[in-house]
Design a protein around this ligand. Structure first.
Ligand code: HEM
Length: 382
């Protein structure tokens, strides 16, 4: 994929991916263009402003949860929705979770050292860590994590056009949340779900559909991203033993190593869809009103015009203005949490297992999911 992007950056910086009903889907690959796309208020998220048939009040809840997410909203709705959850994800609030995240990491490390053999860093560590953290923060029961894994996987695979049992799974997900919300109404806790339920009940800041959308978005974001940062970052270190040794000798480089992992193997490959509100010209092409534009974050983060020796994995890279968490008003809400989890993960792993190395008997496997870059498995020797 990286050589494909390199080719596009050089030869076709705006590339027509497909055509449907007279509208084109474009991808842009140069850093400057992706940044422009993310910054521009004229690239909008809410399709209903462009297409009268984009949504209707009669749509089932299965469709509505995807129409009411902050990630797909424009101001002023976006601002209102984000403000409701922002205080829970500020760096200062997140910092208070540090001892709890450390405990979870320590417990997983203990289980790995007991198991010793056949360790898969994804399943045994990188996946459960962020899931436990986001589940506790939201207030969803951790025992049900296999269900969340399946639902979340169904949703992200749908972007690939795999119909599968999409409707059934989303229906189950909604029914599950309905019951959970009812239980939490009767018995409020100190968690984000209870807090948002109260907001919904109090007035006009959050309606029922937006509540479901918010929780689904946070569960998906919490399931599909940080696992990739931990997995991809450890893989990049294994592939660059000099950098791994450098980090082991000086763990104060951990935060920089994480930023470089975010740049080098960006966990989210593409920005989510943005639609052109007006016609505009880019690199001699006309993007028409209603065209869909995707920015390749992975490509932008490997653009030589922006990063010196962009193809080199250098944990001491400075400055490192990668856009792995996006840019502008939709900049990742969970960035402080992901950064803290990754810092604890890298430090704890390298301290507990200073000789950790790739298991040469089994190749790391990339997941085949459009938009995301992550590993199915990463077998290691401790
Ligand atoms: C938005 C990446 C972790 C919640 C985004 C966007 C990116 C991103 C690129 C912007 C998408 C766009 O503009 O099209 C990542 C990466 C993560 C990560 C690389 C981990 C390494 C998380 C976590 C959470 C989260 C742990 C929540 C618990 C969100 C939300 C948005 C978002 C709610 C939408 C924000 C808005 O629309 O204002 N993320 N994310 N992310 N992320 Fe993350």
């Amino acid at each position: 994929a990286y050589s494909f992007f390199e080719d596009l950056r050089k030869n076709q910086p705006i590339h027509a991916l497909s055509e449907q009903n007279g509208n084109t889907t474009w991808i842009v690959t140069q850093y400057e263009d992706v940044l422009k796309l993310l910054k521009q208020p004229s690239f909008i998220k809410d399709q209903s402003k462009l297409f009268s048939n984009a949504q209707s009040d009669d749509d089932p809840m299965e469709a509505k949860i995807f129409q009411n997410m902050m990630l797909d909203a424009d101001p002023p709705d976006h601002r209102r929705l984000r403000k409701l959850v922002q205080p829970h994800f500020n760096p200062k609030t997140i910092k208070q979770l540090e001892p709890r995240i450390q405990d979870i990491a320590d417990e997983l490390i203990f289980q790995m050292s007991e198991k010793r053999e056949d360790i898969d860093l994804i399943n045994d560590f990188a996946f459960p860590l962020p899931i436990i953290v986001i589940s506790e923060l939201l207030g969803v029961p951790i025992e049900d994590r296999d269900k969340f894994r399946q639902w979340s996987n169904t949703i992200v695979s749908a972007a690939d056009g795999e119909e599968g049992d999409f409707t059934r799974d989303i229906g189950e997900f909604i029914d599950y949340l309905k019951e959970l919300f009812a239980e939490r109404e009767r018995n409020p806790q100190e968690d984000l779900i209870s807090n948002l339920l109260q907001t919904r009940d109090e007035g006009d800041l959050l309606n029922d559909e937006e509540l479901y959308s918010m929780i689904v978005l946070l569960i998906i974001a919490g399931h599909e991203t940080t696992v990739n940062l931990i997995g991809n970052g450890m893989l990049a270190l294994f592939e660059h033993p000099d950098q791994l040794n450098l980090l082991k000798e000086d763990l104060s480089l951990t935060e920089q190593a994480i930023e470089e992992s975010l740049r080098y193997y960006s966990p989210v490959d593409f920005s989510t869809a943005r639609w052109a509100e007006d016609d505009l010209e880019l690199h001699d092409q006309t993007i028409k009103r209603g065209d869909l534009v995707l920015g390749s974050i992975s490509s932008a983060n490997r653009d030589d015009k922006q990063f010196h020796h962009a193809e080199v994995f250098d944990i001491q890279r400075k400055p490192n203005p990668h856009i792995a968490f996006g840019y502008g008003i939709h900049f990742c809400l969970g960035a402080p949490l992901a950064r803290l989890e990754a810092k604890i993960a890298f430090k704890s792993l390298l301290t507990a297992f200073p000789n950790i190395s790739l298991n040469q008997m089994s190749k790391p496997e990339w997941r085949q999911v459009f938009l995301l870059r992550g590993l199915n498995q990463l077998k290691v020797n401790l």
